[in-house]
Design a protein around this ligand. Structure first.
Ligand SMILES: [Zn+2]
Length: 454
């Protein structure tokens, strides 16, 4: 027997190369945290994984998640890892924390985690407590300074949650966005100002921002903003803008229900009209009333007494969300958000479910997996999300016949079926659907001085 040179050899698998649009039967060799070889079936290795009948995919890249819940930052990471996610971008929808706050929350990570600086956090830091008020010039200057500090330290960019701060002025948006123009490879993610019929103007506003600043704009969970009859028009606007050279992109999650806090502006009076749905379409997802549908009394009570309660709103059209996902530009993003292990099943099911939908809609495995790997990786200028020599050894190995989400609104943390192994940073992190390794993820910092892997 030859001397073992590789740490891990994965052999006999159907290896998918989403960036090339092909799959091949071949072996993958891993040495330390990198893919060292592709093709050889009989290279000696310390450990051999037989992937006969299984698909070997790049680890999934989640461009839209939330990891800001300080009480329990790990359940969401574990749920994503069990889906095959190995890299994620936290801090979306304006909620991103400051880097020292993230750093103090984690002693070890289950995922490679990048983060965005949140507009809401910036507003709080300069003393704005009223989400309905405009910022003053001084406050905007203060926010710009803080944002600069975060970008210097490695933040991937800025996230806006404009629906949650509905009177944010154009001046405030432009001045903050322009801070990013002094930095390389930083993006703006945005939960746009309106869902429902007014989303068209809100998409237009963000296309104009990308055009005016030349900063990349990532429209967050486009399905939950536009799948009320406006998705087609929104996608056409994005296509048109891109054909004119505007760098605008989007992500979406594969559910007809969204999830956010009852106390947020999203549930300000008038929402029934926007979605053309009644209170009974809203389900409590955390706290003592979990599982109950809202009525007028419960709505009023939670709004005033427990505004942090998560609500799942079953209000979007599935067909429109599927159309958003099939768009070649669409990145699958979980929008995972949990509170005391309660929340929306997307935290544990978004990736298998989205990939299943794409397969049901006729996409090949490489096409379907591209939405979960190379597309989101490219959106944030990462080299992960692909299988290539020298690429990070982040892989997910699953049974294509059993690969599906199991999480439900009743049981939102049920891990998916069909995942045999997840390899993260060259180590087996998940085996037969169970996490077997302690955390080995890294903070991904976009900073020339301390840049790692990105
Ligand atoms: Zn959002």
């Amino acid at each position: 027997m030859k001397e073992a040179k590789l740490d891990i050899l994965i052999k006999n698998g159907r290896v998918v190369f989403p960036d090339e649009g092909v799959e091949r039967n071949c072996a993958i060799g891993i040495l330390t945290d990198r893919i060292a070889s592709i093709g050889e079936q009989d290279e000696p290795a310390m450990r051999v994984i037989d992937a006969e009948g299984l698909i070997v995919s790049p680890g999934f890249v989640d461009i839209h998640m939330h990891n800001e819940e300080k009480e329990d930052p790990f359940t969401v990471q574990r749920s994503l890892l069990l889906q095959g996610v190995t890299t994620a971008l936290a801090g979306n929808c304006g909620t991103g924390l400051f880097i020292d706050e993230y750093a103090s929350m984690f002693d070890g990570l289950y995922l490679n985690l990048a983060f965005l600086t949140g507009h809401t956090r910036l507003r709080e830091a300069v003393g704005i407590t009223d989400v309905y008020r405009e910022a003053t010039e001084d406050e905007i200057s203060g926010m710009c300074g803080l944002l600069e500090r975060e970008l210097d330290m490695g933040s991937f960019g800025l996230s806006f949650g404009l629906e949650y701060a509905p009177n944010t002025s154009k001046n405030e948006i432009i001045r903050l966005s322009k801070v990013l123009t002094s930095y390389d490879r930083r993006l703006i993610s945005v939960h746009i100002r309106h869902d429902g019929p007014a989303c068209i103007g809100a998409v237009r506003e963000m296309i104009d921002l990308a055009r005016e600043t030349s900063v990349r704009v990532q429209l967050s969970h486009i399905g939950s903003m536009t799948a009320f009859g406006q998705s087609r028009e929104a996608l056409d606007m994005i296509d048109q803008a891109r054909s004119e050279g505007v760098d605008v992109r989007f992500d979406t999650y594969p559910y007809e229900a969204f999830c956010t806090y009852i106390g947020s502006t999203v549930f300000d009076p008038g929402f029934e009209k926007r979605w053309n749905k009644g209170l009974d379409a809203l389900e409590v997802a955390s706290g003592p009333n979990r599982g109950r549908r809202l009525d007028e009394d419960l709505y009023q009570r939670l709004r005033s007494d427990a505004p942090e309660t998560l609500i799942v709103a079953h209000v979007m059209n599935e067909e429109e969300i599927r159309a958003c996902m099939r768009h070649p530009l669409a990145a699958l993003g979980s929008d995972a958000i949990l509170q005391n292990k309660g929340g929306h099943p997307r935290a544990a099911g978004a990736f298998p479910r989205g990939i299943r939908w794409l397969r049901e809609d006729g996409l090949s495995w490489p096409q379907a997996l591209s939405h979960a790997t190379v597309t989101p990786a490219d959106d944030m200028w990462l080299v992960s999300g692909r299988i290539a020599r020298g690429a990070p050894a982040d892989l997910v190995i699953f049974d294509p016949d059993k690969f599906t989400d199991r999480a439900t609104f009743k049981d939102p943390l049920l891990p998916p079926g069909g995942i045999e192994w997840v390899i993260a940073g060259g180590r087996v992190a998940v085996e037969k659907g169970r996490i077997i390794e302690p955390p080995k993820g890294e903070f991904l910092l976009r900073c020339p001085r301390i840049q790692k892997r990105v």
